[in-house]
Design a protein around this ligand. Structure first.
Ligand code: ADP
Length: 295
């Protein structure tokens, strides 16, 4: 609903800007007809026309940008509030139950496990928000050191398998030849963890994910994360890397829309890039993180 009204106001401002430019242009044509004999008046008219068109175009551009920023802020508040509120509400409920009822030892252990995983989810969201601030700020430089990429990839794959309780067949690892990169280990780990977690998260009940590393033309190494899950519509392949952007219709799957923004920011900060490929909805996706090899 909010989205539709935002889109309407963006369209309205663009139409208004376009309308104003047309009016200015018509006035200019009248001006030319009236003063075509006087050269300097005509030149003055051209200058005024250019200044007016530039002014209206800039004004429309800034208005539309402000509307988009507001839209992003709303999306952020919605996504993050939901992601913060859900685990806290769940922990509270379990604590209340423990406080008011006699629970046997096994059930009690189950409750503790759920509360622990809820608090992990809470910490993950907070860490994701803090990291978004860090990787988006140009004043905070990465902490470069030489790292063995295959080692970090293996560590991230292991972490995802443990987190989602899944087997090595479900998240398979195909490491290429060993390669060393100059990078911030913490940032690279966060980027890879986001890609691998997403591949599992958007694959439904039986994920089939492969993670591989491969050298590209001697200067770069690529980490590819391939899944056979939900897939991504072609029109969304670039959008999903924007802050807070989530493909419409997947709101049942928890998330904040920050992960891929972190992936792309980390890639850029290291002189690399990140992109997504997919044949479309329901046909899986492949995400690639390309980073320069250390000299
Ligand atoms: P989040 O997963 O928290 O929503 P991300 O920034 O990691 O945020 O991803 C942005 C969006 O991109 C997701 O909401 C989802 O729509 C889409 N997406 C990311 N990874 C995948 C994937 N492996 N398969 C399908 N869709 C994906």
């Amino acid at each position: 609903m909010v989205d539709v009204s935002r889109r309407k106001s963006v369209a309205l401002f663009i139409a208004f800007g376009g309308g104003l430019i047309s009016v200015i242009f018509l006035l200019y044509v009248g001006w030319v007809v009236l003063s075509w004999r006087s050269g300097w008046l005509l030149a003055l008219g051209v200058l005024l026309l250019l200044a007016l068109i530039a002014g209206v175009t800039l004004n429309t551009f800034f208005l539309v940008r402000e509307i988009r920023r507001n839209e992003q802020q709303d999306a952020f508040i919605n996504a993050v509030t939901h992601e913060l509120k859900t685990p806290v509400a769940s922990i509270r409920l379990y604590l209340q139950t423990l406080q008011t009822r006699a629970i046997d030892e096994n059930r009690r252990k189950e409750f503790y496990d759920v509360m622990l995983s809820d608090s992990d989810r809470l910490l993950d969201t907070i860490e994701q928000v803090l990291r978004t601030g860090r990787v988006g700020s140009s004043s905070r430089r990465p902490n470069f050191s030489s790292i063995d990429l295959n080692g970090v990839v293996e560590e991230c794959v292991g972490r995802t398998r443990a987190l989602y309780h899944i087997s090595p067949e479900q998240v398979a690892l195909n490491p290429g030849p060993p390669v060393t990169i100059r990078a911030d280990p913490d940032e690279v780990r966060a980027a890879l963890a986001n890609l691998i977690d997403n591949a599992v998260k958007y694959s439904g009940k039986d994920p089939r994910v492969t993670v591989e590393t491969a050298r590209l033309n001697g200067n770069y190494v690529a980490v590819r994360v391939r899944d056979q899950g939900a897939g991504i519509p072609k029109t969304e392949l670039k959008q999903i890397f924007k802050r807070f952007h989530r493909v419409p219709g997947i709101s049942r799957i928890p998330g904040t829309g920050l992960g891929l923004y972190i992936v792309r920011s980390v890639a850029k900060r290291h002189g690399g890039r990140a992109w997504a490929e997919s044949e479309g909805e329901g046909r899986g996706s492949t995400f690639t993180l390309q980073l320069p090899i250390a000299r």
